[in-house]
Design a protein around this ligand. Structure first.
Ligand code: SF4
Ligand code: SF4
Length: 87
């Protein structure tokens, strides 16, 4: 399930460099996650990096993007061609 960023975001920027898929960027008012690039960190880490570093717990799973691990892994593969999944 792709993650999303809630309105509570204080635009500290801590999450952006942590994302292994460059799915996070600065939006007009808060930071945003591109669901087409978020793998819930599947393929790179055992848990979601953005959620771990966010000081206000604004990074949460998005129920609108429920996806299986297989789908997330396939997405990771297209984002990291030639690499082997680490998680
Ligand atoms: S859950 Fe992982 S892949 Fe998704 S936006 Fe957060 S850091 Fe990036
Ligand atoms: S770490 Fe949290 S508060 Fe900081 S930019 Fe990312 S979502 Fe916003």
């Amino acid at each position: 399930m792709a993650y999303k960023i809630l309105e509570e975001c204080i635009s500290c920027g801590a999450c952006e460099p942590e994302c292994p898929n460059t799915a996070i960027s600065e939006g007009e008012t808060i930071y945003i996650i591109d669901p087409s690039k978020c793998t819930e960190c599947v393929g790179s880490y055992a848990s979601s990096r953005c959620a771990e570093v966010c000081p206000v717990d604004a990074c949460v799973p998005d129920p609108a993007h429920k996806e299986t691990r297989e789908i997330l892994l396939a997405r990771w593969g297209t984002l990291h061609p030639g690499e082997t999944p680490k998680a």
